[in-house]
Design a protein around this ligand. Sequence first.
Ligand code: ZN
Length: 225
Amino acid sequence: MAELVFFSGTMDCGKSTLALQMDHNHRARARVGLIFTKLDRMGESVLSSRLGLSTEAHEVSDDLDFWDVVVEHLTHGQRADYLICDESQFYTAAQIEQLARVVDELGIDVNCFGITADFRTELFPGSKRLFELADRVQVLQVAALCWCGARATHNARIIDGVMVVEGEQVVVGDTASATDASVEYEVLCRRHYMRRMSSHAARMASATPDVLPFDLDVCAVPPRD
Ligand SMILES: [Zn+2]
C-alpha cells in the first residue's frame, strides 16, 4: 500500500539530509522518483542540506498542481515510484490534498519533509494539512539542540540580533544565504523560547561572557501582552 508520510521536525534536525538519503536509497534499488522543494536556502529548483549535499528538484509554486504534474509525467511514459517533497510546510492545503490523491489513486508513495511550526509556534498551513491527512507522521530523531544543550523543539526568528514572535509567517533567512541579511533563525528548547532567550541574549545576560546562564531565573519570563 502506498503511503503519505510526513517527516516533521524543527529546523536543523536534518530533514533535507534525510530526504536526500532516502532518494539515494531508492535510486540504488533502481526506483525512480520525483523531487520537489520550495524556497530552499540554496535557491530555486534545488534541494540542499546543511551538510553540503544537493540535487535538482521541481520548484513548488502556489499554482503547481501535484496531480497534474504526476499524471503528465506518467502519460509521457515515464516512471514514478515515489515522491520526495521537501519544505512541505510551505505547500498549500490544496497541494497536500493533491498529494494524498496521488497516493490513493496512483499508488505512489509520497514522503513529505517539513518544519512543524513557525517562529510564533503556530502550525504552517502545509504541516497542518499533513497532520490531518498523512498515513503516518514521523518526528525526526536527529534532535537539534538548544544552546543550553536541551532538545530544541521550537524555531525562533531573530531580526538584527533580537528574537521576535510577531510578523509574516514566511520570511526565508539563513546565516549563509539570506536575501535579507538581518533575518536569522535559531532552534531553542521550549523553556528558552518562552523566555525569548536566544544564544545571543543568553550571552548578553550572562555575568561573565564565557558562562551561559543555565540558571533559568536569569532568563526572566517576558510579561504577557
Ligand atoms: Zn534551552
